[in-house]
Design a protein around this ligand. Structure first.
Ligand SMILES: *Cc1c(COP(=O)(O)O)cnc(C)c1O
Length: 201
């Protein structure tokens, strides 16, 4: 399967995104809930096959809106979030698909779960909260050795499989600068903003 392209449309108005939607592209990503609600609520009602991916930080008071509007979340990283997401899925009778965000380079300033805790966390998300975890996501450091981290993510995906419980099939990694490298390490979803829409202000 070729990698799917998520067009990261944050900061751009719907009129800039519209030609791509009309062309038939289906996957879009946003990182701010308020902005996404404003831009996507109507068009998603009109075009049922569009998929919206949340790639920002999950905040408690915005979680319900995330479940309402989005189809995928790439930034699930702790139990409290899992519990809330599960609560709103039940309330709204809707199921999303989740990536676990992994802090693959152990960077202090970055979000994400420790690689060694990943498998256990997935197991809890599945068994206790009934969340559909489809893969792993990372935001590796911008360094020469990015490939090392992509390779570690591929290994972590393999070692995080839980037999009979679910299949962890997806990897969300690679942005405008490094998507070709990410695809080399079998990324299945690349998140591209700048290379599609231009520089952000
Ligand atoms: C903005 C963003 C991207 C896209 O970045 P570009 O370098 O513009 O392609 C990808 N992933 C996340 C999580 C982002 O916030």
């Amino acid at each position: 399967m070729p990698a799917k392209i998520i067009a990261i449309s944050k900061t751009f108005p719907l009129e800039t995104i519209m030609p791509l939607i009309e062309h038939g592209h289906l996957h879009y990503g946003e990182n701010k809930v308020q902005e996404a609600k404003f831009k996507w609520t109507n068009i998603k009602n009109e075009k049922k096959n569009l998929s919206l991916h949340f790639v920002g930080k999950l905040q408690t008071n915005k979680t319900k809106d995330v479940v309402k509007l989005f189809d995928y979340v790439h930034s699930l990283e702790n139990i409290k979030q899992a519990e809330l997401l599960s609560k709103y899925e039940n309330e709204l009778n809707k199921k999303l698909k989740y990536f676990i965000q992994v802090n693959i380079a152990h960077e202090k300033q970055k979000s994400g779960i420790d690689p060694k805790d990943t498998k256990n966390f997935i197991e809890i998300c599945n068994s206790k909260y009934d969340l559909k975890i489809i893969g792993l996501m990372c935001l590796p450091p911008y360094v020469e050795t990015t490939e090392k981290y992509f390779s570690m993510m591929l290994d972590l995906k393999k070692s995080s499989q839980i037999p009979h419980l679910h299949q962890l099939t997806e990897l969300s990694m690679g942005m405008s600068n490094d998507y070709l490298k990410a695809i080399h390490y079998r990324s299945t979803y690349v998140r591209i903003g700048t290379k599609i829409f231009g520089e952000r202000k």
